[in-house]
Design a protein around this ligand. Structure first.
Ligand code: ZN
Length: 184
């Protein structure tokens, strides 16, 4: 698979971004788009069957560059509501818990919550998060169905499923702060 390097200036007028390094488009075996800043420049990961010049990719890059410009976000991805529901079934199977219903809606103070009757509520803002942080949020919430508080048992179980969960927790806190939201 060949990597294409794009001159970001051809993507539109980004003002002060003219000093940014070039953007590398990396086709991968994946379903969603992601963008990350690396020491070598900006990488945009796209599904292998998507054309780099397609409107979906171009719109994602434009939105991503603006996010990078206006906050400390250095990583962004595209996760759909459908992806969120698929992730919930994957994670509930892994953790061994039953979710009866998943709802996605605006949540002011939380990324997710789970009721004792098995309804998982996810913040609609999750679709803006890098996908590994989405995994963290969903896993965290589902682990609570087995261990309610954040004690030793919780930490051990999180570590089993996501070894770098503490790092992700920190990144999520930074991401949340950089967007001016107050969520936990
Ligand atoms: Zn928690």
């Amino acid at each position: 698979m060949k990597h294409q390097t794009k001159d970001f200036r051809s993507l539109g007028d980004f003002g002060s971004l003219t000093s940014l390094p070039p953007i590398e488009i990396v086709p991968q075996d994946r379903r969603t788009l992601a963008m990350r800043v690396t020491p070598a420049g900006i990488q945009v990961l796209i599904p292998a069957d998507l054309n780099a010049d397609s409107p979906r990719v171009q719109a994602f890059i434009e939105a991503g560059l603006q996010k990078l410009q206006t906050s400390e976000v250095w990583e962004t991805s595209e996760v759909s509501a459908e992806d969120l529901k698929a992730l919930v079934s994957t994670w509930s199977e892994r953790i061994g818990v039953q979710i009866k219903r998943v709802q996605i809606r605006a949540m002011r103070n939380k990324w997710a919550s789970c009721s004792t009757n098995g309804t998982l509520t996810l913040s609609a803002d999750l679709v803006q998060l890098p996908s590994d942080l989405v995994d963290y949020v969903i896993c965290h919430e589902l682990v609570h169905l087995r261990v309610p508080a954040h004690g030793k048992g919780f930490r051990a179980l999180m570590g089993c499923h996501i070894p770098d969960w503490e790092d992700r927790q920190l990144r999520l806190a930074r991401w949340t702060a950089s967007t001016g939201k107050q969520k936990r």
